[in-house]
Design a protein around this ligand. Structure first.
Ligand SMILES: Nc1ncnc2c1ncn2[C@@H]1O[C@H](COP(=O)(O)OP(=O)(O)OP(=O)(O)O)[C@@H](O)[C@H]1O
Length: 233
């Protein structure tokens, strides 16, 4: 689970500051896909960046997990936040940011190894998990291909598999369908919904258009940096 409590984020704007996120409280629960929607510039990506621990808010709490494992990411140093991300957070941005020289399988291996020190047993487990994930996203036949040999939808699938390889509790995705046609977009959304339920990740997803809203469990609308309407999707 991830919960933002009374989060405010401002950016420098000339000699003043602009409020991008204005006292936002929201929660994304394990095993559910929570959509963040709203007009351009309303603050969706800023909220996602705070949830991803990539930006520390000016005020508020960013609570990851529950019980004794709960951490307030807003209190962590940059180094601690980076460690938390490597262990507990999966991130998929609009551009898949795959490394051009690596095959699909190698993209997952590299990401998986960032999480810690690796003995032989962990390495074998990681490699098995990478292949299982590439299979789960429908790319078993493409493990040896590099990004330029894949379609946009296939690259997006590699990016999703890569974000899950360290078994994160939280999955954050920015506009997963923006570069895809409607049919491929629907397939990606279904895939995300299935992985979320199977792996019990708390998935928070920014989406501009609501064509694919049936794949969402909850929907939060952001207007002018504030939550306008949290609803069941
Ligand atoms: N790094 C930054 N520096 C200054 N202002 C920023 C920065 N990032 C975002 N903003 C501003 O914060 C506000 C919210 O931007 P954000 O990108 O979060 O909106 P969004 O809803 O994701 O927009 P879009 O749907 O167009 O991607 C906007 O006014 C934007 O100009």
């Amino acid at each position: 689970m991830i919960e933002l409590q009374n989060v405010t984020l401002t950016f420098p704007d000339g000699d003043r500051r602009k409020t991008a996120v204005d006292d936002v409280t929201l929660r994304a629960e394990a095993g559910r896909v929570t959509g963040l929607t709203g007009p351009s510039g309303s603050g969706k990506s800023s909220i996602l960046a705070v949830a991803a621990t990539l930006i520390r808010p000016d005020a508020g709490q960013v609570l990851l997990g529950q019980g004794s494992g709960q951490v307030d990411a807003a209190q962590l140093s940059g180094r601690e936040a980076a460690r938390l991300r490597r262990q507990r957070v999966g991130i998929v941005f609009q551009q898949s940011n795959l490394l051009p020289a690596l095959t699909s399988r190698e993209q997952l291996h590299v990401m998986g190894r960032l999480g810690g020190s690796w003995g032989q047993r962990q390495r074998r487990e990681l490699e098995a998990r990478a292949d299982e994930l590439l299979d789960a996203v429908g790319l078993a036949a493409h493990v040896h291909q590099r990004p330029h040999q894949l379609s946009g939808g296939q690259r997006q699938r590699v990016a999703i598999a890569r974000a899950l390889v360290h078994q994160p509790e939280i999955l954050l995705i920015d506009e997963p369908t923006s570069a895809l046609d409607q049919e491929r977009g629907a397939e990606i959304m279904e895939l995300i919904a299935g992985l979320t339920r199977d792996r019990l990740t708390a998935t928070l997803l920014v989406t501009h258009d609501l064509v694919h809203r049936e794949a969402l469990d909850d929907l939060i609308t952001v207007v002018d940096g504030q939550i306008a309407a949290p609803t069941r999707a």
